[in-house]
Each structure stands twice: as structure tokens, then as C-alpha cells.
Design a protein around this ligand. Structure first.
Ligand code: 5GP
Ligand code: ZN
Length: 117
């Protein structure tokens, strides 16, 4: 597979496409959303390409659990915990997923309504 065949978020995680990095380790990459919907809007992704939560297999479950735990740690580090934050994984087109590489939106710094749109 050539570089250009890889998905947008695979290319961001590998550094081929620039993004404002918030965190990285061997398994996870986190970066600021290009079109923020809140004062803090960070996307947390596994480096492994898994299209959506509907595509997890085997050890992907542990990996995605680690991604969620890291999102909570980032929220804590950014002091979002006291006021609260929202962690969202749009799954499938009808839910608003536009990039088919698992990602969690970490949104904070304002109040959020419920139900979501
Ligand atoms: P989804 O709609 O799949 O849940 O979320 C995709 C998110 O990726 C959107 O919030 C969108 O603003 C963000 N996004 C799309 N392209 C880029 C990009 O090139 N860079 C960054 N940093 N975010 C992007
Ligand atoms: Zn990908």
C-alpha cells in the first residue's frame, strides 16, 4: 500500500500530514481538531487503522480501551475534569462519522446539551 492509499488519520499519525499534536506514544496519537466544536477539541486515535468501533477484532478491544483511558488522562492533564467533558465516537455515517479510522472526540471548555444533535 503506498502512502497515498493510507487514510487521513493514518497519515496524520505518521506525520505525513501536519497536525497540532496533543499526545503520542507507540500505540496512540492525539491532535487538535481542525474545525473545533469547543474550546478544547482533541481527537484521540489508535495508530492502528481500525475503521470504526464496529470493526474491532481480538486485541483491538484492549487497544481501544487504552485509547479511552488516555483520553481521560488528557482531559485530566488539561484540567477539564472538574467542570466535565464529553468523549464521543461517532460510528457510521448516520451518526456523523466522516473519517473511517477510530477516533474519540474529547470536547471540553463549555457546557453541552443533551440530547446531542
Ligand atoms: P467524525 O465526523 O468522523 O466523527 O470526525 C472527524 C473529525 O476530523 C472532524 O471533527 C473534522 O473536523 C476532523 N478533521 C478532518 N480533517 C482533518 C484534518 O486534516 N486535520 C485535523 N486536525 N482534523 C481533521
Ligand atoms: Zn487509518
Amino acid at each position: 500500500m503506498s502512502t497515498n492509499d493510507r487514510c487521513l488519520f493514518c497519515r496524520i499519525a505518521s506525520g505525513d500530514i501536519p497536525a497540532r499534536k496533543a499526545y503520542e506514544d507507540d500505540e496512540i496519537y492525539a491532535f487538535h481538531d481542525i474545525n473545533p466544536q469547543a474550546p478544547t477539541h482533541i481527537l484521540i486515535i489508535p495508530r492502528k487503522h481500525i475503521p470504526s468501533l464496529d470493526d474491532m477484532e481480538g486485541a483491538d478491544v484492549q487497544l481501544v480501551g487504552t485509547v479511552v483511558a488516555r483520553a481521560a488522562q488528557i482531559a485530566h492533564d488539561l484540567q477539564l475534569t472538574a467542570d466535565g467533558y464529553r468523549l464521543v465516537a461517532n460510528t457510521g455515517a448516520a451518526a456523523g462519522q466522516t473519517v473511517f479510522h477510530i477516533h474519540f472526540h474529547l470536547l471540553g471548555g463549555r457546557n453541552f446539551g443533551w440530547p446531542p444533535g
